[in-house]
Write a protein that binds this ligand. Structure first.
Ligand code: ES4
Ligand code: ZN
Length: 326
């Protein structure tokens, strides 16, 4: 019998989590009030009622609105600490967290403000209970390549704090070749390369991400199943997909969790991992995502362990650290 106790004590990794997507309704309302930001909601219920998304864009509009309440160093500290406390609850022992500077820069907030808050929270969590955290510099596909390069340059002062360069936001209309130069620069500066791809967009965009952006890890990637040759390629090269089951249902990539293809991909030996994406918006943190899959596909412990181990194998941890969890 697989109990939720068994799942919750199992050490896990999370590789696809946007820090702004972990901003919970209560914290959002508290920060809006403190910072004098007008939001179209005044109660937790009103915030959560607004989270009915018809596609990626309808989500992104509310996601950037939510993040607009973050202003001071302490706000970023609390945002990060709230998520790290959730990690402790879910027994996430290693997390690779996406930070999106462009969202904050647009509100007039500099790297020094948000990075100090994030780093202070991470240092506190490390000293209080011990957790492994890596940060991913995530740029936004709906902005220009020149803007992204400017932010990559600003991040030079924090290059020791970011393990990888990634991209999120709107993939349709913003194809991989738009960012070829950005990724060449990222590679030359030693970042691991990843990107969101094949969430709403087609398998072609995943091929483009592998070729034009030279990425070695794909966020989402679930549309790969439209192209069997691509599925073979992902399997043969063990290119990780950081899959987000509840997100995919909430953003209508799949109608219902039973239609999700992650278990088919797992059985085909594609390196799929389970993640929460934007847990405050999509109705669940990491363990909720595992539980949704366990219930929908009647998974046994062997299946769950395979998914959990994939989370470590697909991580940017050095091989000797990965082995600890095999
Ligand atoms: C995102 Cl689910 C998703 N897709 C693309 N960009 C994003 N940013 C935050 N969540
Ligand atoms: Zn994402």
């Amino acid at each position: 019998m697989m109990t939720s106790e068994w799942l919750s004590v199992l050490p896990k990794a999370e590789l696809h989590m946007h820090i702004d997507g972990s901003l919970q309704a209560e914290r959002m309302l508290q920060l809006a009030k403190k910072n004098g930001i007008d939001l179209p909601y005044s109660t937790v219920e009103e915030v959560e009622d607004a989270y009915q998304f018809k596609d990626l864009q309808s989500f992104l509009d509310l996601y950037y609105l939510g993040a607009s309440v973050l202003r001071e160093e302490d706000d970023f500290y609390h945002l990060m600490m709230d998520y790290l406390l959730k990690c402790r609850e879910d027994n996430i022992v290693h997390a690779e967290i996406m930070v999106e500077p462009q969202t904050y820069l647009a509100n007039g907030i500099g790297f020094d403000v948000f990075m100090s808050g994030f780093k202070r929270a991470i240092a506190d969590a490390k000293s209080q209970w011990g957790i492994s955290i890596l940060l991913i510099l995530s740029l936004l596909k709906h902005t220009t390549e020149d803007e992204c390069i400017a932010v990559l340059n600003m991040a030079d002062d924090y290059s020791d704090d970011f393990v990888a360069l990634g991209m999120a936001s709107t993939e349709i209309g913003n194809p991989p070749n738009k960012f070829q130069r950005l990724y060449e620069l990222g590679k030359s500066r030693g970042y691991n390369l990843q990107t969101h791809s094949g969430e709403e967009g087609s398998a072609d965009l995943i091929w483009g991400s592998l070729e034009a952006m030279q990425v070695k890890r794909i966020d989402h990637g679930v549309r790969c199943t439209d192209d069997p040759l691509l599925v073979d390629h992902l399997k043969n090269h063990q290119i990780p997909l950081t899959v987000c089951p509840l997100s995919n249902v909430r953003l209508r990539v799949f109608d219902k969790i039973e239609d999700h293809n992650i278990i088919d991909l797992l059985k085909k030996d594609v390196l799929v991992t389970v993640n929460s994406d934007d847990p405050a918006y999509f109705g669940g943190f990491l363990n909720d995502n595992y539980h949704a899959l366990i219930d929908a596909f009647d998974l046994d412990k062997t299946d769950v362990l395979a998914l959990v181990k994939n989370g470590f194998r697909a991580s940017y941890l050095p091989e000797d650290r990965v082995q600890v969890f095999m």
